[in-house]
Design a protein around this ligand. Structure first.
Ligand code: ADP
Ligand code: 5GP
Length: 208
């Protein structure tokens, strides 16, 4: 697959269930891309593996890691803690690798504010509709409606952050969404990364 010369950080955020983890996995299959595997205090889903999807850890250990300054950023999301490992990210970037993050808007703000010397592109993923988002969450959470409701409670707040991102994409057809993101990552589209008015109207409809 395609290889990229300049190392950079690529952050994907979205309301829960819009498809960022799916997209991150797809992007990471490109040569010279590595995913920043986060630490989390949440419990693993049935298909998730420690060290592959996340480093699952206790709240106590997570707090120790914060104290030791191990995180590039960390945040509390849906009553659990999540954080990106500083050492791994910086070492991969210095090796010339691109690092891709699946993190929320709080972590994105922290990384943006650090103004690191590496290229940074922030990407916000929107669902095609609220109904489809709920369906995706129900499917992923195996009909655990308590979790679905908890995630949807944060929907409007998460959604309100889209303007903070460089590129905003609707994940309707996965292949098309992936292709749009890759076009920008490969630097084949450098300006007017998205249609602001179109996205603004889409967000308005999602907010109803
Ligand atoms: P997020 O990481 O944003 O919370 P996920 O990547 O876990 O979301 O996706 C939520 C669910 O939606 C998963 O079951 C995934 O397979 C599915 N999904 C992702 N993208 C699409 C798409 N374009 N069309 C249909 N289902 C999708
Ligand atoms: P999930 O529990 O569905 O895997 O993730 C919940 C939310 O936490 C998502 O918005 C995801 O992007 C975010 N998240 C995952 N890892 C990190 C991280 O290391 N830092 C921050 N700030 N958010 C994260």
């Amino acid at each position: 697959m395609t290889s990229f010369k300049k190392s950079g950080m690529y952050i994907l955020s979205s309301p829960s269930g819009a498809g960022k983890t799916t997209l991150v996995k797809k992007i990471s299959k490109n040569k010279n891309f590595s995913v920043s595997i986060s630490h989390t205090t949440r419990l693993p889903r049935p298909n998730e593996k420690n060290g592959k999807d996340y480093f699952f850890t206790s709240k106590n250990n997570f707090k120790k890691l914060i104290k030791k300054g191990e995180f590039l950023e960390h945040a509390k999301v849906f009553s659990n803690y999540y954080g990106s490992s500083k050492k791994k990210v910086i070492s991969n970037l210095n090796k010339g690798k691109n690092v891709i993050f699946d993190i929320d808007w709080q972590g994105t703000r922290q990384i943006r504010n650090k103004r690191l010397k590496y290229k940074l592109l922030t990407i916000y993923i929107l669902p095609p509709s609220k109904k489809e988002l709920i369906n995706r969450l129900i499917k992923r959470e195996k009909k655990n409606m308590k979790t679905v409701k908890k995630r949807m409670k944060e929907f409007k707040k998460d959604l309100s952050k889209w303007k903070e991102y460089d590129l905003v994409v609707i994940n309707d057809d996965l292949k098309k969404c992936y292709a749009r993101i890759m076009k920008v990552i490969k630097n084949k589209q450098k300006e007017n990364l998205y249609d602001y008015e179109y996205i603004k109207n889409h967000v308005k409809r999602l907010n109803i």
